[in-house]
Design a protein around this ligand. Sequence first.
Ligand code: PLP
Length: 373
Amino acid sequence: MIQPPVIQFERRPGILDLGWGHPRPGLLPVEEWAAAGAEAARTFGWQQLTYGHATGPAPLVDWLCAHLADGTRFAQTFVTGGASHALALVASLLAGPGDVILVDSPTYHLAFRILADTGATLRRMPGSPAELAGLVRTIGRRVPFLYLVPTFGNPTGRSLDDARRRELIEVARREGLLLVEDDTYRELVYEGTAPPSLWELSGGSGVVRLGSFAKTVAPGLRLGWVNAAPDLIGRLAGLGYVDSGGGVNHATAVTMASFGTSGVYDRHVARLRDAYRLQRDALVAAVRAHLPVEVPQGGWFLWVRLPGSFSGTRLLPPAEKAGVSFVPGTRFCVDDGDGDDHVRLSFSHLPPADLTEAATRLGQLIATLPGHE
Ligand SMILES: Cc1ncc(COP(=O)(O)O)c(C=O)c1O
């Protein structure tokens, strides 16, 4: 029987798919969210269901600022429909045709599409601070901002170290370059603590931080936020569609306030960390039987260097025939052809046994193909 479509993910029979950066369905807090909705209805009554405050309901924003514990203030926060929406809004306010947006590479591939929607050109950010400064000075076009995911990045799982963070903030400040920090994976940390955000290190000046509840609660909420200087928050709040429609996704935002203030959020995220750590360890162990791999301290992804002269793009069709899928590394690179020696494997979506089986299928396939050394 053909089901009417409800969700984005499509299961392909016989394929264990390491391509999707989606949560494991069993880890979505279905009961807890329903309880938070009922509590929000009791607490806020009709106010949950009318037009919301332009920058987000105070009970959510107050809880969020306290939870972030990094000095973020109410006046620096605007609630959005997720990090994608946050990026689209910020980009539409700051960039346009003829501009050059600098992007880290490899980085979150779907951000490229959001940024390109502004009509701006995307260009890879240079590796060293001196080159970055040189590029901004000589490019001859407006550079509205630099986009990066410095903490548990997608696809690499890596984080910028402290010295590099401070250097980047310093160069950006000197060159008048705004940094747009996508901080989506901050809370999914499996060892120690996450590094301080660029937002925190900069004292909230020269940095816009994008946050999301997609990874920590559920992507279907379509709920996230922007942290920025109050003048940019004012511009977001003053958008015509906010004036017309009120605060973004208000009823969900109010429910999230109950989910947060009741302590359920903290318990849920602690559970997620334990579950995703186990999933990461299962995938790492199974990949390691065939290929070297770096262990990410947080996030959802392994960034795996293929052996010999393997190409991720060319490996995909035989891999799918062998019952495993992934995203080729080229998808995450802004320059054509870069990253083809890597693949991104997600450990978020499948339980440990399936992750082990998927990596075994991939490793065994690679061992049998020409190009393996
Ligand atoms: C780095 C990064 N930013 C943003 C998103 C999308 O977040 P949201 O669901 O909050 O729009 C993702 C999801 O994969 C991501 O990996």
